[in-house]
Design a binder for this molecule. Structure first.
Ligand code: ZN
Length: 565
């Protein structure tokens, strides 16, 4: 996974942009730009009319004439592009936004950087509060240890998640508070890193992170609410109208619930609740109860999240064959029997399955669990999805389409950057590395591909991911190496991934994902027509206007104000 996380600068600047709370503009007309509908029945149009939050007409300038009287009219530059708003099929919005108010160790590479990040917060921290945050990466800070933190923190407890959430960095006070000593056994599915004499080093992997997380004080509501407001402002500035949030704990549910009750939830959020092996099948009923409780138009709980494995760079992703230079092939976080039982029970209750699978063995096990659930329950069209899909065995590629399993991809990760070149390809070897992020093969095999950011693991901007999905090249090095060129997708595939297919993944295609009369007026305007620029320039395009339910929730300063007819 790439090192492009925790864009605090962006969050801060997006927050200062418009997130107005006006009710629907009754009628809105957009004209002058090319309209890309993503609807195969009528792919292009000249103008669009929105009435009471719904799309009323898509067609020629003449077709929208009847709607002009009294309408708010945007006369757009002819070089701009109107399209359906983006949807992000895997975005940890509330969790990441609360964390975004924490200390960022993004790009911290040495002691001076650590000091600069931590000391200002330490000086203002109330009694009893923890130093907390995240964003560090072993690719940037080479040798994280409790001792390195202790020098700066003294005996104030400190704990920092890494950028992809699979490792945690504790100081000695945090280890002490969690009771982690040389005698502490590794928890199931986790590892406490130890030095030669068996003492914990401060590095906690996977489930071992919970030993500290579980005893940390909760985020105050005010931090969650402020963070969520800023994160939504950032999302709409990127043209995002809806997300799947793939893993809520109670405090995150409450965060969305408060925002929804206050009318501040602009995005549509469909969410998954994690179930791990320890909680097991018994936990399914709890999620079914939440599903009944949370089904407002803007916030619904409708899925379970199943973490099948870890990540390649720490050797915790589950592979079919051992890592190069190791006897280990990583570990599944469930036995296949456990995960099949949970998947079957959840599917039976009407919940969608959302699997985290990175290694080729984990992907296979997720496909098997989807198949087991469908066989047992006779369900069709439940739209299970597997997210990340870093390494897929070629034998499993053709299984997605017939099982109806959606490939939920983070295209932004699929280029030759540090994680791939230094930490992934060497431990997979050349043959397997041909099947890294095999999106092209999945597409050819008929899989539905939904686009997602995994924010705040990486940037939330869909245009950055769309570019990499098409080029599979470092955006800073447009003539550089292409990661497995056979797996490139077309621009149209990537646009579908973030619109119509993402709507399908959220079971919302009847209401959104294309510009079709009768659907919700979730519409964006880009300053450039993506079909007319070089693929390497896609990420330089900007969202000028985001309408959700016909309401302008974001407008770039450069866009001329609409006129009232
Ligand atoms: Zn995720």
């Amino acid at each position: 996974m790439p090192v492009t996380p925790w864009k605090f600068g962006l969050i801060a600047s997006a927050a200062s942009l418009l997130l107005c709370s006006a009710a629907y503009a009754d009628t809105v007309v957009l004209r002058g730009a090319r309209v890309l509908t993503m609807d195969n029945a009528k792919p292009e149009a000249e103008a669009i009319a929105l009435v009471d939050g719904k799309i009323a007409a898509v067609g020629t300038a003449a077709d929208v004439e009847p709607y002009l009287k009294g309408a708010t009219v945007y006369d757009l530059p002819s070089t701009s592009l109107v399209m359906p708003a983006f949807q992000d099929s895997h975005n940890h919005l509330v969790w990441s936004s609360a964390q975004a108010e924490d200390i960022s160790l993004a790009d911290v590479s040495d002691e001076a950087g650590l000091r600069a990040a931590i000391e200002p917060v330490l000086a203002t921290l109330p009694e009893g509060a923890w130093l907390r945050g995240g964003g560090w990466s072993v690719a940037v800070y080479k040798d994280p240890s409790a001792a390195a933190l202790d020098k700066i923190t003294g005996d104030r407890p400190a704990f920092f998640d890494d950028v992809d959430g699979h490792s945690g960095w504790a100081n000695s006070a945090a280890l002490k508070a969690a009771g982690i000593t040389a005698e502490t056994k590794d928890p199931e599915g986790g590892r406490i890193d130890r030095d030669a004499s068996g003492n914990p080093t401060g590095m906690l992997r996977e489930k071992a992170m919970a030993l500290v997380h579980d005893i940390m004080p909760e985020y105050p509501d005010s931090q969650v609410d402020t963070g969520l407001e800023k994160a939504q402002a950032e999302a709409v500035s990127y043209g995002i109208s809806a997300i799947i949030d793939p893993g809520l704990e109670d405090w995150m549910i409450k965060g969305y619930e408060r925002a929804d009750a206050a009318g501040k939830l602009k995005l549509r959020v469909k969410a998954a609740i994690p179930i791990d092996a320890a909680a097991g099948v018994d936990r399914v009923q709890h999620v079914l109860d939440l599903q009944k409780q949370y089904k407002s138009p803007h916030f619904q709980i409708d899925s379970v999240k199943l973490f099948v494995d870890g990540v390649i760079e720490t050797g915790t992703a589950a592979l079919l064959e051992a890592y190069v230079g190791s006897n280990s092939a990583g570990d599944l976080l469930f036995t296949p029997e456990q995960i099949n039982a949970i998947a079957t029970a959840a599917d039976k209750g009407g919940l969608r399955l959302h699997f985290h699978a990175i290694g080729d063995r984990a992907v296979r096990v997720a496909l098997d669990a989807s198949e087991a659930a469908q066989k047992a329950n006779g369900t069709t069209d439940r739209r299970p999805q597997i997210t990340h899909l870093e390494l897929v065995d070629p034998a499993d590629v053709p299984r997605f389409a017939p099982l109806g399993v959606i490939a939920n991809i983070q295209a932004l990760w699929a280029y030759p950057e540090t994680y791939i070149v230094d930490l992934t390809e060497p431990v997979l070897g050349p043959e397997r590395s041909e099947w890294l992020y095999p999106f092209g093969a999945l597409k050819k095999a008929g899989a539905t591909i939904a686009g997602a950011s995994d924010w705040s693991v990486s940037s939330m901007n869909p245009l950055e991911a769309i570019q990499i999905g098409v080029t599979r090249q470092d955006p800073e090095d447009p003539n550089g190496r292409v990661l497995t060129p056979q797996h490139r997708l077309e621009l149209d595939d990537m646009l579908r991934a973030y619109t119509v297919n993402a709507a399908f993944a959220a079971e919302d295609e009847a209401n959104s994902g294309t510009l079709t009369a009768g659907k919700r007026a979730d519409v964006i305007v880009l300053d450039k027509d993506l079909t007319k620029i070089a693929p390497t320039e896609i990420d330089s395009a900007k969202v000028m206007l985001t309408l959700i339910d016909g309401e302008a929730v974001y407008q770039e300063e450069g866009l001329a104000a609409p006129t009232k007819q």
